[in-house]
Each structure stands twice: as C-alpha cells, then as structure tokens.
Write a protein that binds this ligand. Structure first.
Ligand code: ANZ
Ligand code: ZN
Length: 865
C-alpha cells in the first residue's frame, strides 16, 4: 500500500518529460497552433509567489491546449537589462553581466522545479549579444523608416556625481547616491515616433475582444485623443501670432488672457523690457521642476505677466500675455487661451492674479426667457462664484449668442477657418517615446556620429555593437561607456574620418517590445526571425501577466508590431489576441493603524501573535491581508511550500483559491486542504489498482448506480471543459474534480467498467492542474504513454440526462416523503406514481382526495378532506 510522497515523484517526472521532449513546440502541421505566454521575468535573483501564480496559470492553459490537440508554443526568457544590475556593480563591484547571469541560473532552476511545460530550447535573455544584435537591427529599421530621431529633452541631473539619473534614482528630489538636489538639464535624446501610430493604436483596441475592458480603457486614456480647435491670436506690435489649442472654442468670447509655457519660443519675443528680469528668473525656477510638480492638482498655479498683449480675433480686444507653470510645452501648442469663467484651473489663476472673469456660457434655464433673435443681442450680466465648466447656451458672444455649446463649437471653428485664423484640430495626449538612457547595462544604440556625415547607422555586418566589459563602475561622471575612449572612437563607416560612437543605450522597454516575436524563431542567426515562422505562430493566443504592465509594455509591443508589419516583416496587426491580468498574491501582515501608509507595516516575525504589538512603540497591531512584498515582510517563499507539500499542491491551491484575475489570499489551511484532496485521489486510484477486479463484463443494461456514476463522470467532463475554456475559471474546475472524486468514493459499483472509466477520467482531467501526481497514477494504472499526451475527453450528451428524478410527496402542503420516478413521466403519470406510493397511501388512509396539484419535475400535493 503506497503513500503519496510528492518529493519522490515530482523531480522524476520533470526529468522524464524533458528527456521525452514533451514540452517542445511541434513543427508546423495541420494541427492548429496555440501560443501561451507569461510576461517574462526580470532576473532579480529569486522567484516570488506572484511569478509562481503567473506561470502556473499559463502552464495549465498550455497543458490543456496540448491535450485538446493544439501545437503549443510555451516559451520562457529573461528581461535582463536594467538598472539593478548596474547598481549592484556600483555598490558591490560585481560586473552587471555576472550578476545577471548568476540570477538567471538560479531562477531557471527554481522555474524548472515548478514542473512547467516550457520549451527551454527557445530561452532568450535580452542582454545576450545574439538577442540585442536584433534589437539593434530593429532600431535601425525605425531609423530608416523615419521613426527614430533626436531632439533636446530634459533629464534628471546629479550636479555632484555629474551624471544623469533615472526617475527611480531620484528620491524626494535628491540623488539616491550623492544626496544632491536633482536638477533638470537639457540633453540631446533619442525618440521613437509612436505618435505616428496614435490613431491606429486607439482604433485597433476594438479588435482586442479578448482583453479586459479596463486595460483597453487605460490604453485609450493614455493615448488621450481629443478633438478641438487651433486658434491664432496676433501679438500686438508684431507680425507673429500665438497659436493655442482648445477643446472649448465655444468659450472664445470669454478669453481674458493668453498663457505660454515657460519653454515656449515666443516668450522672449513678447516680454517687455520692464518684465525681462522677472520673467527670466521665473522661467529658470519652473524649468527645474518636474512635470508632475507642475501639473499636480493641489499645487497653486504660478505665473508672471510678460507685459505683452495679443488680440482676440473674434472680439478685436487686447488681452495680456502671461507665462505660467501649468501650461506644458509638449502638449497642444504649448500655449493656452485663459477662460477663467469656464475652466477651474484658469478660475483659480485669475483669482490669484486679479484677471477679469467673464461668463459666456450659462445653463439653458438661466436664459429661457431671453430673445436672442433681436438685432442687437442682449448683454447679460451673470456672476457665479466658481467656474461653470459644463456646456450650455452662449451669451455675450456676438453672433454666436443663443447657440448651444455643441453648435457653437462648429460654427466658431467654421468662422475661424473662413477668416484664416483657425481650424479643427485633433490632439493626442500620447507623446513620442524617449528611448535613450545614459546608462551602461542596456542595448547600445547602433549609430556613429561623424563630423562629415552626421548620424551614420552601424552597418548590418558590424552588428551587434557589443557592450565592452573592461569598464569601471563608479556612479560618477556619466555612463561608463563615455569614458572608454577605445570603444567610443571609431572611423566613420561611410567616409573613414575619426568619429564617435553613440554612448546612449536603449530603454529596456524596447527589449520587451519584441521578445514574443523572437520566441517563434529564437535561435535564428541570419535574421531577426523567419517571417513565415512568426506569422505561423503569432499572434500570442493567451498572454498572462500583471496589471502593472497594462499601459506601457502593451502599448509599446503593439506599436512595434505595427511598425514591423509596415516594414513587411509581419502579416498581422495586433500581437496579443487575449490578455489575462492576474490578481495579486496577498499574505497576512501586521499593521499599526496609527502610522502612515508607508510606515505602518510590521514584519510577521517581529510580532508575538498572542499579543501583537508594535515592537517600537508598543501600540496594538491589526492583522490584514496585503500584497506580498519584501518591504512588508509578508511573503511566503515558494521553495518552502514546495518542500513541504510538493508543487502539485501549490498549483492546486493557487488555482482553487481564487479566479485568476482576482487577488489571492495565501492561507496555509487551504493549502493543507488541497494536499488532503490529492491524497484522497491517490488513495482512490491506488485502491482501485490493488483491488484488481476484472471489469470486463460490459453489460449493456447499466444498473442505477452505474448510470448515476456515468452521469457524474460526464457532468465533470462537461463542467471542467467549460470552466477552462475562455474564462479560465480554474477555481470552479477544481471543485468539479472534487465532486467527481466524491462520486467515485461513494459509488456502489466499484466492480463495474464504468468505475474504471471514472478513475481514468479523473486522472486525465487532473493532468493540466496537478501534472506530476496525474502522471504517476497514470503509470501505476499500467499505462506506458504519458497522461499529458492523452486526448482531452469529450462528454456524452445522453449520459448527462438523469433518467430518474426525485418526486416529493405532500399531503395538505406538508412534505411526507419522496419517491424515485422516471424523468420523462408526464403530469398524469406523476399523479399515478404518487397515488400508488406507499407514502401517500399511509398518510391519506381513509380520507377523500379532493384535489391533486402536480408540479412537474418536483412534487405532487394531495388536498384531502
Ligand atoms: C480654453 C478652455 C476653456 C479650455 C474652457 C478648457 C475649458 P484636453 O481635453 O486634455 O485635450 N490646454 C491646452 N494645451 C495645454 C497645455 N499645453 N498645457 C496645459 N493645458 C493646456 O484639454 C485641452 C484643454 O486644456 C484646452 O482647452 C486648454 O484649455 C488646455 F472653458 O482652452 B482649454
Ligand atoms: Zn563620415
């Protein structure tokens, strides 16, 4: 009599599966393909529970689809460039490559212990030259297409260490290393022109029927399309004009000032002599602030008058020109018409600086009695104590008075167009993507700057531009690449003149914007990928990952796909057919309710559970569930759970505890529960094997208990198949497996071939969820092939129909008992069965039946007198 000991079977089967190549992606064939992909990890050094959940979900899908007859691609790789490796080098002197590859080795081992059916032949690491060679090649495709360009942009500058800082290295406005107050500095940077694709990126969201609505909404908001007007105001005493972008041209009669962004090129032009010094000081101060500081809702809006004036083309009135921090240079035209009466921000600004506030839009009720048709439209005096930001009826707006906002917008734009001072304009919030980083551990941008030829792409034959290893990491004086003369100085590939390599590397989001394409042809040394392979296996049928990537990673990947399609490399528009954003894994943790959000967490092991108190202050603590994290000290280590219960139990718990997109509360008791369930299955199957009953006598007339069991089997097949399809309700699928296991335990026909069918079905249905125990039991049953190569079972509709139902017998509305009757019996037959039943006769005895109420499928009620 054997016991279920996970440690004895799990590693054994993992080895066997690898040897048998069960996880390999089959060659192109008549079978349909299925591409299951988890978002690839950053090699931080160790797996956490969030990883385990992510990869388990994808693995169940991959295993299931294999059994359903698909050619499955289920790969894994490493998003391996990035700041932590470089910080490790600065802090501890470990070369970034060494640090990264050590972490990869460790995490690969941990992943393999999870029994994931991954095609490891296709493993990629974005930091490996045979990967980044193609990242560089793609960059050059963008350059050729006119989608990569350089321009000046502000960066975080550490004046002490003389180096550019990433946003993550700026903590409360100071450098993470030197502690110096971070400055903003303009540097030439590389950009990708994602704005060229804004409209398509927005429209194609409609094609993504397998994406969560909220992710699509986040993307749409990020792209931020708005339709408005471009209007020009002439500068008094000059031929130049200031163009503004507005979504409310209907408010143009209420303009009381214009505002320029501090970076606007016309600021000098409009500033009067008297204001010059003050304006310059103001600009200097503002340009040192981050965009976040400038636009934060709670920050007071600050500005300064330039002394210049502009003319409202609709009224001919002169309005003052101001400069203010809340106007962003990169959005619209970098200039705004200020309408304090109808914009909350402008209202505050006007109040601060005593600028006039003129209401030109009102609620329809306010002007219900006004006759706007008269020759001279009436002047209406209205004063509210806050901005009126809704649409309404125009007043004091010349010929447009009396119109509603919608009509007025159109009429005003049309008029501006006819007069030549404006037009309709569509505007996107999305900006071009700043892709250059002044860092070492990233893909080098493959261009050379030549004094004669300008920007020269590194020729394909010279790719990859390798990251040199003989560099020093001090954290000072800029990227280590800039200091390596032997690397920087090269002859121009075109004219041979001494030239300099670009020393910037690429944003790591670029590496992850195309890795899913490389998986389709991961080892290709001649090409980025063979398009016929990529077009065959793409798009990804199911992508699984965290909601934190809902915007940038997904948007950039969609952008890359469209660009490479337009370069003739791909024949599809969207990379990810379906997207599942899995919920967080939460652990129990103590919090001090009196402390602020950041400081309230107290690590579990510092607290006495009998009397939970803050070790520092003695205050009583509360126990809550919160997302597992290092800083909270509430993580559960995957290795420990696996050592104690095995991988199959960990998987079953993760799948059973919550639907994949919901948060999951880690609960040891429920883990135990799943361990016990697998033990029950183990006993059920091993008892069946040891009983050794011959179940040959295939009797065509099934007994009632055989029929009941057969119904339970086919109900389970149907329910599990439906649960795992599309919505991936693995939690209910696991419950169905438990029901089937109970039905088998309770069955009264353990010597029947139906029982054998039931045991076999249970093991096959269990295979995607708990792959090791299923394989072991399959082999104990004497099978020589793998359970994972079995065909997913189909259910028999006929078997689902119950042929008997339970009919409740009532007398005078009181339930007296129940009988079994044929399921097809009609009303008359039901009444007959009920009258003849022993229950009815006993309770009616001697009385007269006055009325019989039959509820088909449920009950018969006798009214007696
Ligand atoms: C006048 C006006 C009157 C405005 C009114 C609003 C309400 P969205 O919808 O986000 O596109 N704006 C334009 N460019 C700006 C910039 N560079 N920095 C800061 N604000 C800017 O918003 C467009 C509105 O935001 C524009 O419409 C403009 O203010 C402001 F009753 O123009 B509006
Ligand atoms: Zn040259």
């Amino acid at each position: 009599d054997s016991r279920y000991i996970p440690a004895e079977i799990e590693e054994k089967w993992q080895k066997t599966w690898t040897e048998q190549g069960l996880d390999k992606t089959p060659k192109n064939s008549n079978k349909p393909k299925f591409y299951a992909l988890s978002m690839f990890p950053y090699p931080s050094g160790s797996l956490h529970m969030g990883h385990v959940r992510n990869y388990t979900i994808t693995d169940v899908i991959a295993r299931l689809k294999r059994m359903q007859g698909y050619r499955v691609l289920h790969p894994m790789g490493w998003d391996a460039f990035g700041l932590p490796a470089e910080n490790a080098a600065i802090d501890r002197g470990v070369p970034p490559a060494k640090w990264t590859y050590q972490n990869i080795a460790q995490m690969r081992q941990q992943l393999q212990r999870l029994g994931l059916s991954i095609d490891w032949d296709r493993e990629i690491a974005t930091c490996s030259p045979d990967y980044y060679k193609w990242t560089q090649w793609i960059f050059l495709q963008f350059l050729q297409a006119g989608l990569a360009y350089q321009k000046e942009a502000a960066v975080n500058w550490d004046p002490v260490d003389q180096t550019v800082l990433a946003n993550e290295q700026v903590i409360d406005g100071r450098s993470w290393r030197s502690g110096a107050i971070v400055e903003r500095k303009l540097l030439r940077q590389w950009f990708f022109k994602i704005t060229d694709y804004a409209e398509e990126l927005l429209n194609d969201l409609d094609k993504l029927t397998g994406w969560p609505e909220r992710v699509k909404l986040m993307q749409a908001n990020w792209i931020g399309k708005s339709t408005g007007a471009y209007l020009e105001f002439a500068i008094v005493g000059s031929d130049e004009k200031i163009g503004v972008y507005t979504t409310r041209p209907d408010t143009v009669y209420g303009v009381s000032y214009l505002v320029l962004a501090p970076e606007h090129p016309l600021t000098q032009r409009v500033t009067t002599k008297e204001q010059k010094a003050a304006v310059e000081a103001f600009i200097k101060e503002v340009t040192n602030q981050s965009e976040l500081e400038r636009t934060a809702e709670d920050k007071p809006k600050r500005g300064i008058p330039t002394g210049g004036k502009a003319i409202n083309p609709f009224t001919g009135e002169e309005v003052p020109i101001w400069i203010a921090d809340y106007v962003l240079y990169e959005y619209g035209t970098g200039a705004v018409m200020g309408v304090p009466a109808h914009d909350a921000r402008d209202f505050k600004f006007a109040n601060n600086y005593n600028l006039p506030i003129e209401f030109v839009i009102v609620e329809p009720e306010a002007v219900a009695d006004v006759d706007f048709q008269q020759e001279e439209p009436p002047l209406i005096m209205i004063d509210y104590d806050s901005a009126y930001t809704e649409s309404g009826i125009l007043i004091n707006s010349g010929p447009f008075s009396g119109m509603n906002s919608t009509d007025a917008k159109q009429a005003i734009v049309k008029f501006a167009e006819e007069q030549g001072f404006g037009k309709l304009r569509v505007q996107y919030r999305l900006r071009d993507w700043l892709i250059s980083r002044q860092r070492y551990w990233g893909t080098p941008i493959p261009v050379i700057h030549c004094p004669n030829c300008g920007i020269v792409p590194v020729p394909d034959k010279d790719l990859p531009v390798q990251l040199p290893e003989e560099v020093e990491f001090t954290g000072r004086g800029g990227s280590p690449l800039t200091q390596l003369e032997s690397w920087v100085n090269v002859p121009c590939p075109t004219c041979g003149t001494p030239a300099k390599r670009e020393t910037d590397t690429m944003d790591t989001f670029i590496d992850s914007s195309w890795y899913f394409l490389r998986f389709t042809d991961a080892k290709n040394e001649q090409q980025v990928f063979d398009s016929s392979k990529t077009n065959d296996l793409m798009p990804v049928d199911q992508y699984v990952g965290g909601i934190e990537h809902a915007i940038l990673h997904l948007l950039y990947s969609r952008f890359f796909t469209k660009v490479l399609r337009d370069r003739g490399l791909l024949n599809f528009d969207e990379p990810f057919q379906r997207l599942l954003t899995q919920g967080m894994v939460q652990g129990l943790t103590y919090v001090n309710p009196n402390k602020s959000d950041k400081d309230k967490w107290v690590a579990f092991n510092l607290v006495d559970p009998a009397d939970p108190r803050d070790p520092k202050t003695g205050e009583p603590l509360q126990l809550v569930y919160a997302t597992m994290s290092k800083s909270k000290g509430n993580g559960v280590a995957p290795e420990e759970v696996i050592a104690k219960y095995g991988v199959d139990t960990a998987r079953m718990f993760i799948l059973f505890k919550a639907p994949p997109e919901k948060d999951l509360e880690w609960d040891e008791a429920d883990v135990e529960g799943q361990f016990r369930f697998l033990n029950r299955v183990w006993r059920l199957v091993t008892d069946y094997i040891t009983a050794g009953v011959s179940r040959e006598n295939a009797n065509s007339d099934l007994t009632k208990s055989e029929k009941d069991l057969r119904r339970a089997i086919h109900t389970a097949i149907k329910a599990v198949s439906e649960d795992v399809e599309d919505e991936y309700q693995f939690n209910t699928a696991v419950s169905e497996l438990m029901k089937l296991s109970n039905a088998l335990t309770d069955a009264n026909c353990k010597d029947s071939p139906i029982y054998a069918e039931g045991i076999q079905t249970l093991v096959v249905l269990l295979a995607p969820f708990a792959p090791h125990i299923a394989e072991e039991l399959w082999h104990l049953m004497g099978k020589s092939d793998s359970v994972h190569t079995q065909t997913w079972p189909a259910f028999d509709d006929a078997a689902l129909v119950a042929d008997e139902i339970t009919l409740v017998i009532q007398v005078m509305g009181k339930t007296r008992g129940a009988i079994q009757v044929p399921a097809q019996a009609d009303k008359a037959a039901l009444e007959r069965y009920a009258r003849e039943s022993e229950v009815a006769q006993r309770h009616i005895e001697g009385k007269e039946i006055k009325k019989v109420i039959v509820v088909p499928g449920k009950l018969v009620n006798f009214v007696v007198g």
